[in-house]
Design a protein around this ligand. Structure first.
Ligand code: PMP
Length: 386
């Protein structure tokens, strides 16, 4: 295969079995065979998030931003106080969405590359009362991983609902939704969950559904209102036909296949594989003498790596990386955009993908005039992988 591997932090490379679903004839959204697939996908989404049987999955046509919008519009009423744990660009998007639906937002901001600890969150929650805490599991703009378990525990001590943006984390980073008590965990199809772009995915806790049921203000968005979608999701899971808005039929078929592949691997194995691949990439990057945006590897994501350009190298080097076999992404966080690039390694990513990416980075650096001993990053990665 001559095309370069797509190793940005989403969309990712999808498996052949997933792509085959995309090219099948589109069935009716109420075809019994499709109802079975949709029902199974809902059950499997709940399993992939390690959510409880009383947690409610939603599969909607839209991107990750729609999933964020959907969580917020259903759970925020005008005047609700929200504390946004801010670890980068996507945390700030969540803040914007909460404001759009009338929420009163306070940001608890980390400098780019830093994280927010449960102790910092506890201190903020002790100062003021909040109805809601939002957390970005992995902020794709900084590669920072938050301690969702610890942060959620802190929020619950103060009885706040917890929405976690897992767009760049779900089905890769450890997540035990029921055990940790996360009220909404949400993601998009095109990242670790391994399906082409176009689906927003959420799983809501019984507490989240109770808060929604107890609203006094109507839900601000028509399309995202759980009042329309809850009966549809319940019907598909009960293997009954129903309709509100036409589902993205082929994407749901593809999602069902990718969820099956993930669950067949097993969530514990999926979490461990992502740590291993990430450690290999980070070892390679370090061997090349590059530092990374996260200030401590203890809070670095396992779904992507954010190396800082070495002296004399800039974003133009990504073209040379591409010519050598891997498509990588430039920086995204406005404050440091020109200083770093991003390597995605999530979903069906393999050892071979990681070695391809590092080989392409080595070759790209040499082409950009940065002295690199051939194979140095590959050797460091191989040492981790073996
Ligand atoms: N949150 C995070 C953490 C993301 O990485 C992204 C996409 N990169 C989004 C939200 C938004 O998702 P989408 O682009 O699918 O709307």
């Amino acid at each position: 295969m001559s095309r370069p591997r797509l190793m940005i932090p989403g969309p990712i490379e999808f498996t052949d079995e997933v792509m085959a679903e995309m090219s099948k004839p589109t069935p009716s959204h109420v075809d019994p065979a499709f109802i079975e697939i949709f029902g199974q996908a809902l059950e499997d989404l709940r399993s992939a998030f390690l959510a409880g049987p009383d947690y409610q999955p939603f599969i909607l046509a839209g991107s990750g931003t729609l999933a964020m919008d959907c969580a917020v519009t259903n759970l925020v009423e005008p005047g609700d106080r929200a504390l946004v744990v801010d670890t980068g660009y996507f945390s700030q998007r969540m803040a914007d969405i909460v404001r759009r639906y009338g929420g009163d937002v306070t940001l608890l901001s980390a400098a780019p590359g830093e994280t927010i600890t449960p102790e910092q969150l506890r201190a903020a929650l002790a100062e003021n009362a909040y109805d809601l805490v939002t957390i970005t599991h992995v902020d794709t703009s900084t590669g920072v991983l938050t301690d969702v378990r610890g942060l959620t525990a802190a929020a619950k001590e103060h009885d706040a609902l917890v929405i976690v943006d897992g767009v760049c984390a779900a089905a890769a980073e450890e997540m035990r939704q029921a055990e940790w008590g996360v009220d909404v965990y949400l993601t998009a199809s095109q990242k670790a969950i391994g399906t082409p772009p176009g689906l927003g995915l959420l799983v809501a806790s019984p507490r989240a559904l109770a808060k929604w049921r107890g609203r006094s203000a109507p839900v601000g968005s028509y399309y995202s209102d759980w009042g329309y979608w809850l009966p549809i999701m319940q019907a598909y899971e009960a293997r009954k036909p129903s309709y509100f808005g036409t589902p993205a039929v082929n994407l749901v078929m593809a999602l069902a296949v990718s969820l099956r592949q993930i669950l067949d691997e097993g969530m514990e194995n999926v979490f461990v594989r992502h740590v291993l691949l990430s450690n290999a990439v980070k070892a390679g990057v370090e061997a090349l003498g590059m530092s990374q945006v996260p200030t401590d590897m203890a809070h670095a994501a396992h779904t992507l790596t954010c190396p800082r350009y070495p002296e004399g190298v800039d974003a133009s080097f990504l073209k040379m990386v591409r010519a050598n076999g891997a498509i990588l992404a430039g920086g995204l966080h406005p404050a440091i955009k020109g200083e770093y690039f991003r390597i995605g390694h999530m979903g069906a990513a393999s050892r071979a993908d990681v070695l391809t990416a590092l080989g392409a980075v080595e070759a790209g650096l040499r082409a950009a005039g940065y002295p690199v001993e051939p194979g140095v990053a590959l050797a460091a990665a191989q040492a981790v992988l073996s």
